[in-house]
Ligand binder design. Structure first.
Ligand code: NDP
Length: 511
């Protein structure tokens, strides 16, 4: 047994559903496999939930909601604080599991685990705040205020690319606000999903407050969403799936937050610090093998620095070390799945056919004849960091590839750069590298996106500020105070302490 195989063996497990405080097999007893995308090694057998299991989880959450919603928020917070401490104590093993299941380089997994910790601690802190508003009344001797009430059952459906961070973006605020949750992680990463449940169980989450459903979204999605007992849905995933989910939510007139795809522009102005811009663009385009909703998949460079930027960027991209994310010094791991790897290969061919110029990469590293790294990568879904020079109207510039591929686009001036940045159907993240204050402010106000980074690539989301997109990138905002609004209903309360009848037309009658 190789060292890698013994690490995998150590982490191999059975993943069960978690419903009403009990770990359970699927009611059909069916399972599916999860394998390491870097090695093909078996990691887990996972329960494949049925629609009946999904219904049971929603029923359990509905039942638990009453008591949980009446538990003081500061007490709910104690459980979140404990979950946070457990994340901190288990950082290394969580990060190792994350790399084995999803593929990203270990240093990125460590950072992701830290973000999950930051999120749960931030919202645990909210347990002693959960502020709402008292407004000055228009009437004498009256107190007017808005109070917050939890919504009820929250269904949280998450993608595989950040399998511990994104679930916490939903779970932590939903729970602190007093909602009960049914959590459905992506089928490529259910192990991290079940580890999140284990953390909360150890932290003392009451029975039924948090439930886990694993299994194919297309199989259990309808049962999770087409249910009158669900009050709020948070979905992160592809735009097409998000639109289908929005149609169901509309029928129930229920609260929803949709975090969807992106085709994010990173603008490099002629006055930018090019060294910083190259480093930022590299990290944003290729970390997590480009499988990020915020990846810098379009790099728009002002004409006068185009050649200089391209030369440095291409050289740096060609030097990136690709390999098993657990390996020493590895910077780019594999794609998560065969379909992700196939999609990347297809888009590289599309780019070539469209006439884009291949500047770096374009190699299927699974194929020994194309792999020049000197490391055997044939068992994983590896693809080399790929750089095209192309135009904004090409499919490689318009469609989400979700792989290690970026396109550099020339802009004759900054006015054209902003026009190109906005010339896609998405609007999630964006970035500008410039030393000119005027251009920085123009970017803030003129780029159609939910987030703009100035002198930073479009990665590195912080918990205290809201996050989300516009256009096909989504609907609503997560994180910061926005998430408290997502998971609570505001109710307005008027208290009249005048001991008199005060008609609403007061004081006109007396004038
Ligand atoms: P998918 O849309 O395929 O899946 C996301 C989740 O939805 C998974 O848990 C999936 O389950 C589930 N699902 C799939 N079909 C249905 C359905 N009909 N009903 C209910 N649930 C369903 O996306 P990916 O997992 O492939 O994630 C990648 C996408 O996520 C990219 O487009 C990326 O841009 C986007 N994303 C957006 C972010 C943002 O914040 N805006 C952040 C991260 C990613 P299963 O896995 O079983 O199919």
């Amino acid at each position: 047994m190789t060292e890698q195989q013994s690490v995998e063996k150590m982490h191999e497990r059975k993943v069960n559903l978690y419903i009403a405080g009990e770990y359970k097999d699927s009611s059909s007893e069916e399972t599916f496999e999860v394998r390491n995308p870097a090695t093909g090694g078996m990691l887990a057998q996972v329960a494949s939930a049925t629609p009946d299991d999904a219904k049971a989880a929603i029923d359990a959450a509905r039942e638990a909601f009453g008591k949980w919603s009446k538990t003081p928020a500061a007490e709910r917070a104690e459980i979140l604080f404990r979950a946070g401490e457990l994340i901190r104590e288990n950082t290394e093993s969580l990060a190792e599991s994350l790399t084995m299941e999803e593929g990203k380089a270990l240093r990125e997994s460590l950072a992701e685990v830290k973000q999950a910790y930051n999120t749960v601690m931030y919202y645990a802190g909210e347990g002693r705040r959960l502020w709402s508003l008292v407004t000055s009344s228009e009437t004498p001797d009256k107190h007017t205020m808005t109070i917050r009430r939890p919504l009820g059952v929250s269904v949280i459906i998450t993608p595989w690319n950040f399998p511990i961070m994104i679930p916490f973006w939903g779970l932590a605020p939903a729970l602190i606000c007093g909602n009960a949750v049914v959590f459905k992680p992506a089928s490529y990463t259910p192990i991290l999903g079940s580890k999140i449940i284990d953390l909360f169980v150890k932290a003392g989450i009451p029975r039924g407050v948090l439930n886990l459903i694993t299994g194919s979204g297309s199989k259990v999605g309808k049962a999770l969403l087409d249910n009158v007992n669900v009050n709020v849905v948070t979905f992160t995933g592809e735009s097409r799936t998000g639109k289908d989910i929005a149609e169901t939510n509309a029928r129930y007139l229920r609260r929803q937050v949709l975090e969807l795809g992106g085709k994010n522009p990173l603008i490099v102005a002629a006055d930018a610090n090019l060294k910083v811009a190259v480093g930022g663009a590299l990290w944003s385009a290729f970390s997590n093998a480009g499988q990020k909703c915020t990846a810098a998949s379009r790099i728009i460079v002002e004409d006068s620095v185009f050649d200089r930027f391209v030369n440095s960027f291409v050289e740096a991209a060609s030097r990136l070390r690709v390999g098993n994310g657990l390996g020493q010094g590895v910077e780019v791991g594999p794609l998560v799945s065969e379909s992700g790897w196939q999609k990347t290969k297809e888009y590289v061919e599309i780019g070539k056919r469209e006439g884009a110029k291949l500047l770096a990469g374009g190699a299927d590293l699974k194929d020994p004849s194309q792999n020049k790294t000197g490391v055997d990568l044939s068992r994983g879904y590896f693809y080399s960091p790929t750089v095209f020079e192309g135009s904004n109207d090409m499919r490689i510039s318009q469609e989400e590839i979700f792989g290690p591929v970026t396109t550099i686009i020339r802009a004759k001036d900054m006015a054209e750069a902003f026009e190109l940045a906005n010339g896609v159907r998405y609007g999630l993240a964006s970035a500008i590298y410039t030393t000119n204050l005027r251009q920085a402010f123009k970017a803030m106000y003129e780029i159609d996106a939910g987030v703009t980074f100035v002198n930073q690539g479009p990665v590195g989301i912080e918990i205290g500020a809201s996050f989300g997109g516009i256009k096909d990138s989504g609907y609503g905002r997560e994180l910061g105070e926005a998430a408290i609004d997502d998971y609570t209903e505001k109710k307005t309360v008027y208290v009249d302490y005048s001991d008199a009848v005060q008609p609403w037309f007061y004081p006109w009658r007396s004038q």
